[in-house]
Design a protein around this ligand. Structure first.
Ligand SMILES: [Zn+2]
Length: 79
């Protein structure tokens, strides 16, 4: 029998102390529309789906993972 513990990876602490969303929470949060993982915005104002570009707002440090609350990010700087 072998126990796989490769899932535990130490990562450098970024600046996540300012927001009450731990890294593991981001790993399990997915876009409810396309089930793709979301990423924290640089200004920590929301969570953005990497696939459909919906941005879910963070209110009182709680991500609102509702499609009707999401906005679509404009990617004008793709080029
Ligand atoms: Zn999505």
């Amino acid at each position: 029998m072998r126990l796989c513990r490769s899932g535990i990876v130490r990562r450098p602490i970024l600046r996540e102390d300012s927001l009450d969303i731990p890294k593991y929470a981001l790993d399990i949060l997915v876009c409810p529309v396309c089930k793709t993982k979301v990423e924290l915005l640089a200004d920590e104002s929301g969570l953005k789906c990497v696939s459909c570009r919906r941005v879910y707002p963070i209110r009182d440090e709680i991500p609102v993972m509702l499609p009707e609350e999401a906005t679509i990010a404009e990617e004008n700087r793709s080029k």
